[in-house]
Design a protein around this ligand. Sequence first.
Ligand SMILES: Cc1cc2nc3c(=O)[nH]c(=O)nc-3n(C[C@H](O)[C@H](O)[C@H](O)COP(=O)(O)OP(=O)(O)OC[C@H]3O[C@@H](n4cnc5c(N)ncnc54)[C@H](O)[C@@H]3O)c2cc1C
Ligand code: SF4
Length: 473
Amino acid sequence: MGKVTGFLEFDRQEQKYQLAGDRVRHFREFTLPVDNGDLRKQAARCMDCGIPFCHGPTGCPVHNQIPDWNELVWQDDWEEAARNLHSTNNFPEFTGRICPAPCEEACTLNLENQPVTIKNIEQAIADKAWEMGWTRPEPAKTRTGKTVAVIGSGPAGLAAGQQLARVGHEVHVFEREPKLGGLLRYGIPDFKMEKHHIDRRIRQMEAEGVVFHCGVNVGVTKSFASLHNEFDAVLFAGGAEDPRDPKLPGQNLAGVHFAMPYLTQSNRRIGSEPIVEEPILAERKHVVVIGGGDTASDCIGTAFRQGALSVTQLDIRPRPPEREDKLAFWPYWPTKLRTSSSQAEGAEREFQAATLGIEGRRGRCIGIRCIRVDERRQPLAGEEFVLPADLVFIAIGFAGPVREGLLEESGVICDRRGNVIANENDYRTSADKVFAAGDMRRGQSLVVWAIREGRQAARSIDEYLMGSSILPR
Ligand SMILES: Cc1cc2nc3c(=O)[nH]c(=O)nc-3n(C[C@H](O)[C@H](O)[C@H](O)COP(=O)(O)OP(=O)(O)OC[C@H]3O[C@@H](n4cnc5c(N)ncnc54)[C@H](O)[C@@H]3O)c2cc1C
Ligand code: SF4
């Protein structure tokens, strides 16, 4: 464990940010560095519980061995902490930055609202491992002669590709976009995670033998049948990109966009990629974001950085309580009022607000018509209101994977929601030698779940190819 009396001696120290007024002037990460000594004290707060819920089924999806590396950090053995952390998580510098940290909700100290700052410690270990040169390519000592095609380079495809290359398979990753990383690259903005973290991992994977093919849309510009013939196994890791469509009256007015085209364009602009479409910019605009999740928050933060005059967020759900009833929820993820760093930059939040339609003049959106709803989302008579809006972003989630192209051509069986059917034991789809992982299998989820699925699918593919596997699940 950490220090026996650590949790009594040291208070939880939250991650500190640049002030909102400063951070909205740029797109870079804005967390302030934490001193090593302070981090060690935070790690010392870990109680090494008999049943560490933080890495059990209700906590970390990749089962990071959190109490073990807290102890190692407290002992100042960062190199061993990094080795331990990488044994369960291929990309801890990603999750250390953008994971919502279900582990902290499950921490026993959260019963007192003072969980160990697990996510910050994870990020610090991963960053130090890069800084010190401990994170290096780990190429396989022997090659198996087997080939695997991975379709999609999001966290699921990357984690699977890395695991498979490390046990000696020849891995080829096919990506539709010009750059690699999936939603890490084109969805999540730089202010949450700068893209050089992805580039560095790609270089590591290339040194481990992974071959990347960008600009290849399997099922469109390259047939699935040709891949299926060429490779011994194929992994579908194409994400769940089909946006949920509210089909609002006025949705086709200029100035109304789904969130992803906006975020992708902004990420391309920051990444110095050419923008061929009409620019979507929030400068000097009143912006309304429909939706209450991560994607909505990323639209808010991006709009503020582009100079929006105001940003209002519409959430159909009731305002959650400030604090949950611990005994009813712990160690599970509770519904409670959470304020993202982007919301804290000055967004107005409207709860129990349903959108009735977009109002326009001369083909452009000028406002959004809403109605207050009750807790069962039923409209309240006489409670209509209109908000001025020059730009509206629809961020109400994703319906599932895109059907056209890969899924249509391959004919793999999907469930009612359009997700590829494959179980969590072997990740095999209905098609011979075809596996599926990440959002394409489980529906829109989290980076840490994509990493877990990529790792587990890699083990299953290895077993399929070799009869057994030394890869962890
Ligand atoms: C805006 C936004 C913000 C988010 N923020 C967070 C966050 O802060 N924390 C968090 O944990 N999660 C977050 N998420 C969720 C998280 O990003 C996803 O759950 C995760 O990226 C899924 O990983 P994946 O590898 O399954 O798919 P993706 O990341 O979607 O990657 C799929 C890749 O496959 C490629 N592809 C698809 N079809 C083909 C094809 N036919 N041929 C070739 N390539 C193809 C796509 O171009 C894409 O690059 C966010 C999601 C969004 C949309
Ligand atoms: S990956 Fe997420 S859940 Fe797991 S230890 Fe890191 S922050 Fe916690």
